[in-house]
Design a protein around this ligand. Sequence first.
Ligand code: SAH
Length: 226
Amino acid sequence: MSFSAHIITLFPELFPGPLGASVIGRGMADGRWSLETTQLRDFATDRHRTVDDTPSGGGAGMVLKPDILAKAIDAVSPEGDLRPRLLMSPRGKPLTQARVHELAAGPGAVIVCGRFEGIDQRVIEARQLEEISIGDYVLAGGEVAAMVLLEAVVRLLPGVLGAAESHADESFENGLLEYPQYTRPQLFEGREIPEVLTSGDHGKVEKWRRAESEKLTRARRPDLLK
Ligand code: SAH
């Protein structure tokens, strides 16, 4: 059974976008994961296909209506669907590589993309949406955030990255940032590749990389070391 992603959005035409390219797109062509989209507006009930309304209590912008969104969620993810229901949201729990691994080990995800000021709180509660943020900044909509999440998840699915590209050493996988990488030429604008890397001594290379990883993490992301 492959990883099954389903996006609820006002802009289905944005997908697959970058998810159709390179290893992620090839993974889809190979059946390792699948992507469906649902147009939220298809669940509107009035002549104008309205999906939003003004915020209760006043203020700028519009809010996605709970009744319309709940109908879309129920159609996409009926009772018994084991996929987690995610809502892309700047108020959500920041996405981590650990959560990305958990999602990759599961059956897929139903992902709601917000727009405007966001969505009515009651549908978040009633449909138990897990709010996930991709960082402390505000986007115009959840679509790009959903793509970020899916790209991170899909590259971990078995067979998506070639055997040559391993995950083990990467940033965040071992609680550290990755060590610096080099490739030929040996001399670039007066800068040499560190000698240890061309010494052929695998033990020494390993030690150097570990030390560089720790140094970099301490300097840039001391929060990861806690
Ligand atoms: N008024 C909201 C922001 C709405 S932005 C607030 O202040 O919290 C519109 C939509 O973009 C959101 O509903 C969400 O789906 C998406 N979005 C914006 N920033 C995001 C982020 N950092 N991570 C994930 N989704 C985000």
